[in-house]
Design a binder for this molecule. Sequence first.
Ligand code: ADP
Length: 461
Amino acid sequence: MKIAVCASEVVPFAKTGGLADVCGSLPPALEKLGHEIVIITPRYKTSNIQVPAPIVRIGENIRVCFVENHHYFNREGLYGEGGGEYQDNLERFATFCHECFKTLKEIKFAPDIIHCHDWHTGLIPILLKTNYQHDPFFKNARSVLTIHNLAYQGVFPKHKYDRLGVHGRLFHTQGLEFYDQINMLKGGIIFADAVTTVSPQYAKEIQTREWGCGLDGVLRNRSHDIYGILNGLDYDTWNPEDDPFLNFPFDAANVNELKAHNKLVLQVALGLPSDEKTPLFGFVGRLCIQKGLDLILEVIDGLVARGAQVALSGVGDRKYHRMIEEAAARHPHKIGKFLKFDEAVAHKIYAASDFFLMPSTYEPCGLGQMIALRYGSIPIVHKTGGLADTIHLYDPIHQTGNGFVFTEYGRGAFLKAVEEALKVYRHQDQMTDLLAQALRYRFSWEKSAKEYVKVFEKCLS
Ligand code: ADP
C-alpha cells in the first residue's frame, strides 16, 4: 500500500506534544509491515533540519517532504507565541493542506491512503472529495483522519471561508459549519473515509456529550467508521539503557541503584536537597487544564507534607507558570521546576522520579505514562481515555498492575492514590517488584500499525 502521512509536527523535526511522537514512529512501523510511505510536514524556523532541506529520510527509507513557506512557517512557534495563537492559522494550515496535494504530484507519489492528523489537516479529506474528485492522479486515494485530541478543532470566523480554497459551498451543517463558524476538524470528520483516534476508550468517550466537545453528534453519525487504536511507544528513542540525556543509563538489572544516582543528579540540578531516599514525584507535560494541573497544584502542599519532593517541567498557560512558581517559592527545598520545553530535562525527570503524576481530566492516549513506565517512574493516573487503557492498579498481593489509578476526579481520590503509592514506596520488596513490572511493559507499534492497516484496507475495499 502507498501511504502519504500529512501532519503538522513530526519527530525528530518539530514537536509540541504526543502528535509529533506518533507521526515520527507510526510510519516506520507501517514501513516494517511492507508499505511504502512518504511524510509531508511544514518546515518551521525551528525544524531540526539543514537549510536548504536535503532529501530527508526516516525509518528504513521513508521520504520526508517539507512544505516551505517563509511567510507562514518561518516563525518562533508552531501554532502561536507567548501563550497566544497565530491569527492566521486557518491560512497557514489551509495552505499546508493544498501543498500536500501539490507535493504528492511533484514527487509522483499516487497514494492509496492519505493519513491525516488532527485539525491542521482536516481540509485534506474535503479537498480529496471536491477539488481533486476528478483528478486521475488521486483516483484510488482514500483519506483517514486520526484525532489526537478532540478539544483542538481549528475554529475560525466564517468570513475567512473563501481563504480555504475549497471548490464548492460547504459552509453548512453537513460540512464545515459549526455554530456559524468554520470548523476544520468537523469537516475532516465528515469527509474522511475513516476516522481513528488514539485509544479504544477515548473512541467511546468522544461519542458522548460529556467528552464530545460539541462534535459528539457528528461523531455518532459516523460511529461505524470510528476506530480506537492505541498509540505505541518508540522503544528505540525512549530507552533508558542507551539514553544520551542520562548521566546514569540503566536497565532492569541495575535500575534500583542507578535510578537513585539519576535522582541525586536531578535534585542538584533543581536545587533540591539531595537524598536518594526521598520519594520524588515527576511531571512532564503541557501546562494546561487537560493535564490536571489544577489538581496537582491543589495537592502539592499535601505531597510535600508527606515528605515527598516534586519535579515539574512544562510550558503552557501563564496561570500555571505562575502557580508553579508560587508553589516552588513556598517550598524551595521540596519543589523543583523547569518551565521550558526541553528534551534533556524531560528524560532526566522520567529517569529520576519514582512516580509520575498524570491526573489528566481527559486523555486521548497519553505517552507520558508509557514513557514513565519505561523509565521506572510509576504512573499515578486518573482513569480516563488512554490512561484507563494502559495503567492498571497495582495489587501487591497478586503482583499485578503497573501503577496507581483513581476514578473520581478530585483532590481526595488523587491524594488517596498518592498515599497508596507512598505505602508501596516504603515496602522495598513491593517497590522492586513494581519497578520490574514497569520496565517489562511494552506498548508495541507493530500491533497498532497492523490495526491501522486493517482500517486502511477497509477504506480501499
Ligand atoms: P500531549 O500530546 O497531550 O501533549 P502526551 O503524553 O501524548 O501528551 O505526549 C507528550 C509528549 O511531549 C511526551 O513525549 C513528553 O515527554 C513531551 N513533553 C511535554 N512537555 C514537555 C517539556 N516541557 N519538555 C520536553 N518534552 C515535553
